[in-house]
Design a protein around this ligand. Structure first.
Ligand SMILES: [Zn+2]
Length: 450
């Protein structure tokens, strides 16, 4: 089946822009991108992109979907205070909570132009169903490209970690379950809708052993590695005390920097850390709203980009930045970098690149997604910039500087997931209700610990 998008301002993110341009899609792939009208194709489904900006489908490089069920709590706390408050209700979640939260969280992402999302699920309370399967099913139902990380924590309070002992797993269980998740779900084939990554939670909640063994497992299986790093100064204090190193130095010392690794946040980096991230090809997922909500700081994104490092964008768990749309993070990143480092710290096009190609590089998928080029997957977002946004001549500036324009269409692998701002693969009101029900269920399950 052939789909043609025409008369749109096409931003390929690979260098070219075509005002009044077109895209031709065959099946799940882009076959042509160019200026002017599209070539004739009998029987093609033609989408008129007049008044629209066409960008690659956005890529969310960091998230915790289960947190949709615990939004609006611990609203005025630091990361460590927030975590120690929320570990309690999270310890009571079950597969039903995760299913509803993931459904709502992924639907929300799709409505802000996200075609591919990662997720970092690191909490597996015993005897509460298959939490990992629940989020994978939610993504498949919606039709979004998914890269969930089998996360983990094995260093509870009794071992000097931050989380209470009852929410951590032992090393052997984690390694067995993670290997099983990769064997069961990871699809390395071209056009894959589902890939798995390995993701111990953070240096303050996992042992050195788990980090080392996880890296061995991921490299043996050919999957990517992810974790949180240098999110707050509390973390740096923690690694200085425990290991005599900055968080990035610690990870470097155990083989955790490299082209197969991407790290969430990286707010507090020293110059030497930035240099190491760039020279090792390690990616960073920038989460500006979450960092602001928790008062963690502003990541040195412009310095990372200047050094040639890979930077993607992430909304982070919904409980540390309620209802954050991925497209909105482009504006957040732009303004926060400029507020801190000056008006030339980040351009609209650089911010868009972070949310597309940067994220694709973090997930190791830049060969197939993140730009609009022939041969790549047809993950395309079409934004309406002909209403109020038409008061700005440059549609990329209108898109990035202002409030996010309406999403006219989101295609994932050529399939329509959002049309005229509304989810079409699953009814939007159903998904919204599932998210609210997941919250109420978690609050009920957690009653005795709250
Ligand atoms: Zn996170």
């Amino acid at each position: 089946m052939t789909t043609i998008i025409e008369n749109a301002h096409v931003v390929t993110v690979s260098g070219d822009e075509h005002p009044g341009g077109h895209l031709v899609i065959e099946g799940d792939r882009i076959t042509a991108v160019g200026a002017g009208p599209a070539p004739e194709a009998a029987g093609a489904d033609r989408i008129d992109g007049t008044g629209c900006l066409a960008t690659p489908g956005l890529v969310n490089a960091h998230h915790h979907l289960y947190q949709w069920a615990s939004q609006g709590l611990a609203t005025d706390n630091t990361l460590f205070e927030w975590l120690t408050t929320l570990y309690k209700p999270w310890s009571k979640m079950d597969a039903e909570v995760v299913a509803g939260a993931a459904s709502a969280g992924l639907g929300w992402l799709a409505m802000s132009g996200c075609a591919t999302s990662s997720d970092h699920h690191y909490l597996f309370p015993r005897g509460r169903g298959d939490l990992f399967a629940a989020e994978i099913e939610a993504a498949a139902e919606l039709g979004i490209r998914f890269q969930p990380c089998r996360g983990s924590m094995d260093r509870g309070e009794s071992q000097g970690g931050l989380p209470p002992d009852e929410v951590v797993e032992d090393l052997d269980t984690i390694l067995t379950e993670t290997a099983a998740a990769i064997d069961r779900y990871h699809d390395p084939s071209p056009g894959s809708m589902l890939r798995i990554s390995v993701a111990p939670c953070s240096p303050f909640s996992v042992t050195r052993d788990l980090l080392v063994r996880s890296a061995e497992l991921a490299r043996e299986k050919g999957v990517r590695l992810h974790t949180h790093l240098a999110e707050t100064l509390d973390e740096e204090e923690h690694t200085s005390e425990q290991f005599g190193m900055t968080p990035a130095e610690y990870m470097d010392s155990i083989g955790w920097l490299g082209p197969d690794v991407w790290l969430a946040h990286c707010v507090h980096l020293h110059d030497t850390d930035i240099k190491r991230l760039a020279e090792t090809g390690t990616g960073t997922a920038h989460c500006p709203s979450s960092n602001a909500r928790l008062g963690a700081g502003i990541a040195r994104v412009s310095h990372l980009l200047e050094a040639g490092a890979t930077v993607g964008m992430g909304v982070d768990g919904s409980a540390s930045a309620e209802f954050v749309p991925l497209a909105g993070e482009i504006r957040q990143a732009l303004y926060m970098q400029r507020a801190r480092y000056g008006p030339d710290a980040l351009t609209a096009r650089q911010a868009l690149e972070m949310a597309t190609l940067g994220g694709a590089r973090c997930l190791g998928r830049d060969d197939e997604i993140g730009t609009l080029e022939p041969g790549k997957l047809a993950d395309v977002a079409l934004w309406r910039v002909d209403g109020f946004h038409a008061a700005v001549d440059d549609p990329v500036v209108a898109f990035a500087f202002g409030g996010t324009p309406p999403l006219e269409r989101l295609l994932v692998g050529g399939r329509t997931i959002v049309a005229a701002g509304t989810l079409v693969s699953v009814p939007q009101d159903v998904i919204g209700r599932r998210g609210a029900d997941a919250h109420r269920r978690l609050m009920r399950l957690a009653e005795e610990v709250l």
